[in-house]
Design a protein around this ligand. Structure first.
Ligand SMILES: *Cc1c(COP(=O)(O)O)cnc(C)c1O
Ligand code: SF4
Length: 397
């Protein structure tokens, strides 16, 4: 039962059944997430049945298979514009021949996750929180995936996760108060399997905060069933970070799925990856963040694309990201503005990257500028408060 009235007056596009209807697929079947999963497009044949590929895409499909599997849910596939070879949806999920070129600065594990795993599947980089990789499978695969070394099962490296060892580690390390479930996509698990993990985490007293990182609400909104939502809400405080990059991804189906999650009391954030030809302009990002607010999703991070092997054609300069943030700050709702970050290559963690608003700074004042470029002076307090840590300052008086 949908009992929340949607006051939104912005029009959401719909993925709809499209030409699948001609193959005898009914609405009911289309909306069944198990059907969506079984009927994912995973091969060259499957793709070419629905879309005419460029030769770069065709060769990409043929040659990239041992790096990251091809998989696209019918729902997400329907968002592709068949007449646009540079379609922003297409660029995210259809391989291109450019994927098989490796640049010298690229890495298979750009964020140095493997070297920060005390037990398989658990990345412990920050003092009070961990990233728990619970699976290597997703509903669809993003060509720029930072974990393509293990995700999808197609690459050389085997995905390893040891739940028992992970739970023991979490139990022992009382400084961990925040666990982020990710992968792969944790919402690909059955409700029962996911609940087992949540229940176990909730049995550990010092874990205050649980969140799930998932792209399922975007790739497979049908999976966000009322049953799943009632199960999740038993484990509050539970937060969720979804992953969307382009406004066209925020369809009516996605809006409804996000509404169900928000109605279950789950605070929602969004993570976007800055991708060349997908969302590397202010206009597209503004449209995306506005649609997200309509769905009660707070834009959380905008990531500079990691230096993952074979991603050069999807990366854009960090200055572009700064320009986008500058184009949003002051011009629109503060809640709509994500934090732009670079996940430091090699494993330094997320570093915030901000436009410069301080023009000049000394002991007496700050010269700052606003979003319109006008400058202002903020005088610092006249007599600086003496630091209690520096008694020597007193003696020299
Ligand atoms: C991103 C990330 C987190 C969570 O970071 P927040 O800034 O708290 O969202 C935790 N651990 C690892 C290894 C991460 O990459
Ligand atoms: S959904 Fe996330 S983990 Fe899965 S392929 Fe995309 S970026 Fe990688």
């Amino acid at each position: 039962m949908e009992n929340s009235i949607n006051h939104s007056n912005s029009a959401f596009n719909t993925a709809g059944i499209g030409h699948w209807q001609k193959e005898g697929i009914t609405e009911e079947t289309w909306n069944d997430y198990t059907w969506q999963l079984k009927n994912r497009i995973t091969s060259l044949n499957g793709l070419e049945k629905h879309l005419s590929l460029t030769s770069d895409e065709r060769n990409g499909v043929l040659l990239s298979g041992d790096k990251l599997a091809l998989s696209i849910t019918p729902h997400f596939f329907n968002l592709i514009d068949p007449n646009d070879h540079n379609c922003p949806i297409r660029r995210q999920v259809i391989p291109s021949i450019e994927e098989i070129t490796t640049n010298p600065e690229e890495m298979t594990d750009p964020c140095g996750e493997d070297s920060h795993m005390p037990v398989p599947g658990l990345v412990h980089r920050y003092p009070d929180r961990v990233l728990f990789l619970v699976t290597d499978r997703c509903a669809s695969y993003c060509r720029y995936c930072t974990r393509s070394r293990v995700v999808s099962g197609a690459g050389d490296q085997e995905f390893e996760s040891n739940y028992e060892a992970a739970f023991e580690y979490l139990q022992k390390n009382t400084s961990i108060r925040d666990v982020l479930l990710s992968g792969g996509d944790p919402l690909l698990f059955s409700d029962a399997k996911l609940e087992k993990i949540l229940k176990r985490l909730r049995s550990i007293d010092h874990i205050e905060f649980i969140r799930i990182g998932t792209r399922i609400p975007i790739f497979l909104p049908q999976r966000i069933t009322p049953d799943l939502c009632s199960m999740l809400k038993k484990y509050h405080p539970l937060w969720m970070s979804v992953h969307s990059n382009h406004p066209r991804e925020i369809t009516t189906e996605v809006n409804e799925a996000l509404n169900r999650l928000a109605d279950a009391g789950i605070p929602l954030g969004n993570q976007s990856v800055l991708l060349k030809g997908v969302n590397d302009d202010v206009q597209t990002m503004r449209e995306l963040v506005h649609k997200l607010l309509q769905c009660r999703v707070r834009p959380y991070y905008l990531y500079q694309c990691d230096l993952i092997t074979g991603s050069a054609h999807l990366r854009t300069s960090a200055s572009k990201g700064i320009e986008i943030i500058e184009g949003l700050r002051g011009h629109t709702t503060g809640y709509a503005i994500p934090q732009f970050v670079i996940d430091a290559p090699g494993g330094g963690g997320k570093v915030p990257i901000n436009p410069e608003y301080i023009i000049e700074r000394d002991d007496s004042k700050l010269v700052i500028r606003n979003y319109e470029g006008k400058s202002f002076i903020y005088p610092e307090p006249k007599s600086p408060v003496m630091s209690p840590l520096e008694p020597s300052a007193l003696m020299h008086e």
